[in-house]
Design a protein around this ligand. Structure first.
Ligand code: FMN
Length: 186
């Protein structure tokens, strides 16, 4: 249980990133669409919507998406329902100029997805520990045009007994810096 320093909607403190997932609970196709719909409505620079999400189209490609993670993430994410890869186009569609805010916008979209996941009773866990070269090759991504940013494991929270001791110790909602460390009234 996280206690905020100031009143805030509980959706913000209820979102956290477990590593223990229930291998027997899968998101339905419509629930997955709902997650991406939440991401879709994120704001973005010039409404560019630079984000791109890749996920397994069926059971047979789930293993492929798992293989996109590094080993330290694979061992726990294998119990999640889905692994999603987050990318962002590097340039504005209209002008071809560099979009310096594409990652910022993809971050807003991922957070929307994560909050929507909690609303459906699931958890989303973002991962930077991914294999960029493998992802680019298998998804046939043009890395001159698209940045591969992160992966997201989504699923129902479950048993954590198989986790490493380090990860078991982290299997709780964590804390935050006080506002005094990052908010500046000038
Ligand atoms: C961009 C990003 C990359 C992350 N990479 C990893 C990762 O590779 N492996 C992992 O287990 N957790 C990863 N995390 C989870 C963070 O450690 C976690 O979000 C952070 O400790 C805050 O905890 P909370 O999400 O439970 O509130 C990542 C989170 C973000 C947003």
């Amino acid at each position: 249980m996280r206690t905020p320093d100031f009143p805030v909607d509980s959706q913000f403190t209820d979102r956290w990133s477990p590593r223990g997932f229930d291998p027997n609970t899968k998101l339905s196709a419509s629930e997955l669409k709902t997650l991406f719909e939440a991401a879709r409505w994120a704001p973005s620079c010039a409404n560019e919507q630079s984000w791109q999400f890749y996920h397994a189209k069926d059971e047979s490609s789930q293993q492929l998406f798992l293989s996109f993670l590094n080993e330290a993430n694979q061992y726990w994410a294998k119990n999640a329902s889905h692994v999603i890869i987050v990318c962002a186009r590097k340039t504005f569609a209209a002008s071809g100029k560099v979009n310096a805010h594409s990652w910022y916008d993809a971050g807003a979209a991922w957070m929307s997805l994560a909050l929507q996941a909690r609303k459906l009773g699931y958890h989303a866990h973002c991962m930077a520990g991914i294999q960029h070269t493998v992802i680019a090759e298998k998804l046939q991504l043009d890395t001159a045009a698209v940045d591969i940013i992160a992966a997201i494991a989504v699923g129902k929270q479950g048993d954590a007994s198989h986790l490493s001791d380090k990860h078991k110790a982290q299997e709780n909602p964590n804390a935050r810096k006080p506002q005094s460390e990052f908010v500046f009234a000038v």
